[in-house]
Design a protein around this ligand. Structure first.
Ligand SMILES: Cc1cc2nc3c(=O)[nH]c(=O)nc-3n(C[C@H](O)[C@H](O)[C@H](O)COP(=O)(O)OP(=O)(O)OC[C@H]3O[C@@H](n4cnc5c(N)ncnc54)[C@H](O)[C@@H]3O)c2cc1C
Length: 420
């Protein structure tokens, strides 16, 4: 890890727009390294209701080793003990991999399920409000003078030498960098919910992260503690997304009627939460350039992806490690942020592009109609070595080692889609 600069008059003024998972994590890491970034978020308070996030070893090791959050995370999250694939109609197990003791042995951390509000509290608790400005929605950025000038909806104005766009999948700073809004509908929408243990007493493998799959969609769920399960129910959608907005109100019971003929455990799970919003799953095409003027993108703003590999937040955290190292190094050796951010981009482009594409492919593979391709997929799910072939390259990646390296010692695999 490069040496930290001494903060002082020569330290750049850094504005991070967005206090989500990437923005908060970056603020913590930069403060730990002696810088004093200011973080601006449109929200009046940090809260994320009704959804959880899976944190895999490629991100957890950073939260443990650099940010010292092991205790806080362990207290608020639940370790997933297996990855299980089932037929969504019959419930038959198609594939199972231990991801408890074996995962910990390989990667040195658990694979966690955690409520987003709990995760934000762990991060915000560590930051203790330092440089955090809530109720600041960025409306306009002037970037043609001696400094970037940020204009917020509440009338506040701030200047910065470096602006990090961590403003999420609907990022306005991405539009600033790209020149237009390039969001693409992925062909799937979803319903999210958190269910209490009482509603799902008969659920098989409650400590596992499970996919229940079928030709029209899939259910993904995992434990997040206190007997609760977080679920994401995904449904395919033909044609463009014409509803006004990415998140729209759902009809009461709509998610139940769409999956009426699925396995009773699936119906029990999705019947345990109102799921009153429809989430269109949008993604962004991979970019060749993550910066323009003084703005550099991070997290979903740089590479919003569909959640089928559960990697959006984890990739944002990988970005943080690399961006922080490149920034600190460029300040310490005097090469400057222009050079530093080129290195950041070089080290992140191929990795994030690959995870984006793999995430998109997962849905096509899981939703394969009965036939030879589905049979090949099922054979792959059941075959020994499934994890090494298809998932080690994601979970075992050590972002701050520079090139792709697996902490398990395995060679990075091709990460081929299941059905090829
Ligand atoms: C249904 C679903 C399930 C998912 N499940 C997983 C999972 O299991 N694992 C995983 O790793 N990822 C998952 N993701 C993806 C994950 O949520 C994101 O990738 C992650 O939150 C990205 O972090 P971020 O910091 O880039 O953006 P965010 O966490 O979205 O934060 C962006 C922040 O920017 C703020 N902001 C936006 N615009 C402005 C503005 N103009 N001015 C000021 N502030 C602004 C927002 O208020 C927000 O706080 C899922 C996503 C979806 C939709």
């Amino acid at each position: 890890m490069p040496a930290s600069p001494t903060p002082g008059a020569s330290a750049p003024r850094i504005a991070i727009v967005g206090a989500g998972i990437g923005g908060l994590t970056l603020a913590l890491e930069l403060r730990r390294r002696g810088l004093e970034p200011q973080v601006y978020d449109q929200a009046e308070e940090l809260r994320e209701v009704g959804a959880a996030v899976g944190l895999s070893a490629n991100a957890v090791r950073f939260l443990h080793e650099r940010l010292g959050l092991a205790e806080g995370l362990a207290a608020r999250s639940t370790a997933v003990d297996a990855l299980v694939f089932r037929d969504g109609h019959t419930g038959a197990v198609l594939g199972r991999v231990d991801s408890g003791a074996d995962y910990q042995r390989r990667y040195g951390t658990p694979w966690y399920g955690i409520h987003r509000a709990d995760f934000q509290q762990v991060l915000a608790g560590a930051l203790q409000g330092a440089g955090l400005h809530l109720g600041h929605r960025l409306e306009r950025l002037d970037d043609d003078g001696a400094a970037a000038v940020l204009h917020f909806a509440n009338g506040a104005v701030a200047e910065a030498d470096i602006v990090i766009g961590a403003d999420g999948a609907r990022s306005m700073l991405r539009t600033h960098v790209v020149g237009y809004d390039d969001a693409q509908f992925s062909g799937c929408f979803g319903f999210r919910g958190i269910v209490d243990g009482d509603a799902i007493a008969g659920l098989p493998d409650p400590a596992a992260l499970q996919f229940w799959i079928g030709p029209t969609g899939h259910l993904l769920h995992y434990p997040i503690g206190e007997g609760r399960q977080n679920f994401l129910l995904v449904r395919r959608h033909q044609g463009p997304w014409t509803a006004p907005g990415w998140v729209t109100p759902a009809e009461p019971g709509e998610h139940l009627s769409l999956f009426a003929d699925w396995h009773p455990a699936v119906r029990a799970m999705i019947g345990g939460a109102p799921a009153d919003q429809r989430w269109a799953l949008f993604e962004r095409p991979p970019l060749h350039q993550w910066s323009r003027g003084r703005v550099t993108l991070l997290g979903d703003a740089a590479h919003a992806m569909v959640p089928h590999h559960g990697q959006g937040a984890n990739q944002s955290i990988e970005d943080v490690m690399v961006l922080a190292d490149c920034l600190i190094e460029s300040l310490a050796d005097g090469s400057g942020w222009e050079r530093g951010r080129q290195k950041y981009q070089q080290r992140r482009l191929a990795r994030t592009r690959r995870v984006q594409i793999a995430s998109h492919t997962v849905a096509d593979v899981l939703h394969q109609a009965p036939g030879p391709l589905a049979e090949r997929r099922d054979a792959r799910l059941a075959a020994p070595g499934f994890w090494d072939r298809h998932l080690d390259w994601i979970h075992g990646y050590v972002a701050d080692a520079g090139e792709a390296q697996s902490s398990s010692g395995n060679q990075p695999s091709s990460g081929k889609p299941l059905a090829t």
